[in-house]
Design a protein around this ligand. Structure first.
Ligand code: SF4
Length: 288
């Protein structure tokens, strides 16, 4: 296929074994990790975990990526549509609350084919960096119950420096509005687990508090108040990131300022404990 799945709009040729686009991925889904994940938001992880399927490669490629091993180094195992559907079924059998596709944008056609072979009986989550085309999200309509998008930054300069995407915010903002259109208001079961809806995530970056406030301003002005907004403090410096200023964690003062701002805007903010800022929260990728 000639690919235009993500905002990079490479127009690159991709076939079953080769991919010439920015993401470097062929059309065949490559999976890096399949496992229950306990450290998502409480309404997503619950007591039995979220059934995460991490895909290799990424069309955004943030310099500080917390999943650098798979997004940049491209570790993982190629799987057929049938194999992917069996992975989904086996993960569901472990009793997880949901099936969560992590960074699957560049594999949307393969994921949809796998979902047609096995439709889980639990909610399906689309966990994304937010750099999505509305046209591609519409392909997912009716297949995804919960969207878990990042809204990373507003500034085009940050978009350029951190992920070579000065248009990041424009795409992410439109994508979140499309996700909200598809899901409507959040729906929970009796135990508080989300069944349908959108949870917006904002990973705070050191020294970028001013931009974080702009992210919250946009959410306040464009997103229904009941939408959960997860303010994350677990940013962990990685050796591969050479961007000045990103070599430390977020301070208590930075986090408290952003949380207070969210409170003043009366957002439905989900707050993270300080213990979350540990490397242990970065998944260990090992797909055998
Ligand atoms: S998914 Fe990959 S090949 Fe397709 S447009 Fe995006 S970066 Fe390019």
């Amino acid at each position: 296929m000639i690919c235009s799945l993500c905002p990079r709009l490479c127009g690159a040729e991709r076939n079953a074994s080769m991919g010439l686009g920015v993401c470097q991925m062929s059309e065949t889904a490559r999976v890096a990790r399949v496992a229950p994940h306990m450290w998502e938001e409480p309404c997503i992880s619950g007591s039995r975990g979220s059934g995460t399927i991490f895909f290799s490669g990424c069309s955004l490629g943030c310099a500080y990526c917390q999943n650098h091993e798979i997004s940049h180094a491209l570790r993982g195992k190629d799987v057929t549509d049938e194999e992917l559907s069996r992975l989904i079924a086996r993960l569901e059998q472990t009793g997880v609350h949901n099936i969560s596709f992590v960074t699957g944008t560049h594999f949307v056609p393969a994921i949809l084919r796998a979902l047609r072979l096995h439709k889980p009986g639990v909610p399906v989550i689309w966990n994304t960096g937010g750099y999505e085309r509305v046209e591609t999200l519409r392909m997912l309509e009716g297949h995804v119950d919960i969207y878990l998008p990042d809204l990373k930054h507003v500034s085009p300069r940050l978009g350029k420096v951190l992920c070579n995407a000065p248009d990041y915010f424009d795409y992410a903002a439109d994508a979140i509005l499309e996700m909200l259109r598809q899901t409507g208001e959040p729906v929970y079961d009796a135990s508080g687990m989300m069944l349908r809806g959108v949870v917006i995530r904002h990973l705070m970056l050191p020294g970028c508090t001013g931009d974080s406030l702009k992210v919250l301003d946009w959410i306040s002005q464009h997103v229904p108040k009941e939408t959960p907004v997860s303010i994350m403090r677990q940013y962990t410096p990685i050796a591969a990131c050479k961007v000045k200023g990103l070599d430390r964690r977020v301070t208590d003062a930075e986090y408290d300022r952003v949380v207070e701002y969210a409170s003043n805007l009366q957002l439905n903010a989900l707050i993270q404990e300080k213990e979350a800022a540990q490397t242990a929260y970065i998944p260990d990728f090992d797909m055998k």
